[in-house]
Design a protein around this ligand. Structure first.
Ligand SMILES: C[S@@+](CC[C@H](N)C(=O)[O-])C[C@H]1O[C@@H](n2cnc3c(N)ncnc32)[C@H](O)[C@@H]1O
Ligand code: SF4
Length: 408
């Protein structure tokens, strides 16, 4: 979620969508993202739309501006979504609570949101219902309440198993407690457990990264996301890099660490299905993220959340108080929107689908893009798999360069 919202076009006060956007709704999977914008501390590298209690001090008393009243505002937006989308049959395939730290809310609040989603839309049989969690933000009792309340997938932000790396990232959890919290999630009945890792933190050696990968694998996760550290403008990390206190992550080091991750995760039975994501099997892939990457429809609930329905993309006001004020006044919390033209949708498909193991359908390319394929294949960056183009490991490291050639 970018720190500054793009300008976009205005949204009608009731958030109504053009009929053309609603026409094919239900033909593709439909999901709900629920953004929970609260954290105990702000990690120095993070520019997500999240607030500590201190940052929210004096933010107003509107419901949603504080942790205790947030669920009420989120539920109001779910009900509003149902009205905007009409009474067509639209069961939800995936729900994803992201943050921020969703598990800072009482489990009953997350469960209440799931319950209202189920009441308003219905859930498809076997729907995937995920929450992100920081390893030190949940107890066994919390996990049991979440599981009983309908959540079945959990994604822990582990990042690293090495103390000095976690300190540089401002992470607060004790890495030795991660296996215990994963075991608690299993004991509570979570069917899918995912771990998030970050590589390339200043000061992290190759040996440190290997330790983190082994520690993650020792937890026997169903799914791992491994992201290279991005130094986001405006963060404390970026200021430290600019002052020369920390070095900028080095591209060659990042490439070596990606290659090690892919080797170790693959050897442990986790196959890549998106450039930064590995899963134990097809059922362990994150269906919610796949919906983003394959042009599905989703409604993003919460401050700053982004949505996409039938080629219309919109994003909510960022601050929790402004968000809650809008809903309390009976208005759409959307800040602005854009209607994607066919060419933008095509470009987006190339950008996203090329990153998938399932590959990019060659038919999406224009003549110039198709002409670039033999060169990329010759350089060992992609292979043609039937009518689809699939990146090799070398290609995954140079995905952006490959995209530039395919979108001349
Ligand atoms: C924004 S967090 C939200 C979940 C939870 N609060 C946590 O920190 O794990 C989701 C994931 O985004 C990734 N992330 C956030 N900022 C990043 C950055 N600057 N570079 C790379 N990954 C980042 C981390 O892997 C993190 O697990
Ligand atoms: S806990 Fe997660 S969302 Fe919160 S500041 Fe840290 S990385 Fe960002």
């Amino acid at each position: 979620m970018p720190s500054a919202l793009p300008a976009g076009d205005p949204v009608p006060p009731d958030g109504a969508l053009p009929q053309a956007a609603l026409a094919a709704l239900g033909d593709r999977p439909f999901g709900l993202y629920v953004h929970v914008p609260f954290c105990t501390v702000r990690c120095g590298y993070c520019d997500f739309n999240t607030y500590t209690a201190e940052e929210l001090g004096g933010a107003g008393t509107a419901p949603g501006a504080s942790r205790t009243t947030y669920a009420r505002a989120a539920i109001a937006e779910v009900r509003r979504a149902r009205r905007v989308l009409g009474d067509r049959d639209l069961p939800v395939s995936t729900v994803f609570f992201g943050g921020g730290t969703p598990t800072l809310l009482p489990p009953a609040d997350l469960v209440a949101v799931v319950t209202v989603i189920r009441d308003e839309f219905g859930l498809v049989p076997g729907a995937e219902v995920t929450t992100e969690a920081n390893p030190d933000s949940v107890s066994l009792a919390d996990l049991e309440r979440l599981r009983t309340g309908g959540l079945n997938r959990i994604s822990f932000g582990v990042q690293s198993a090495v103390d000095h790396v976690l300190r540089t990232l401002d992470r607060t959890h004790d890495p030795l407690r991660v296996p215990g919290v994963v075991a608690d999630a299993r004991a509570a009945g979570f069917e899918q457990v995912s771990l998030d890792l970050i590589y390339g933190t200043p000061g992290e050696t190759m040996a440190d990264w290997a330790v983190s990968l082994e520690a993650a694998l020792a937890c026997a996760p169903d799914h791992v996301s491994a992201y290279s550290l991005i130094v986001e403008d405006g963060t404390a990390l970026a200021r430290r890099v600019r002052r020369g206190e920390l070095p900028m992550p080095d591209d060659d080091d990042l490439a070596d660490k990606y290659a090690l991750a892919d080797e170790r995760l693959t050897a442990a039975g986790l196959g890549w299905y998106e450039v930064s994501n590995w899963a134990r099997n097809e059922a362990a892939r994150c269906r919610h993220n796949l919906l983003y990457w394959t042009g599905g429809d989703w409604w993003g609930v919460g401050p700053g959340a982004h949505s996409h329905v039938g080629g219309v993309r919109w994003w909510n006001v960022k601050h929790p108080a402004a968000y809650a004020d809008r809903l309390a006044a009976g208005l759409s919390p959307a800040h602005a929107r854009e209607v994607l033209d066919p060419e933008s949708r095509r470009v987006e498909r190339v950008l996203l689908e090329l990153r998938l193991r399932d590959g990019l359908a060659t038919e999406v390319l224009d003549r110039g893009g198709r002409a670039a394929v033999p060169g990329l294949a010759g350089r060992g960056l992609l292979v043609e798999d039937g009518e689809r183009l699939v990146l090799t490991r070398a290609g995954r490291l140079l995905a952006d360069a490959a995209v530039r050639d395919l979108l001349p």
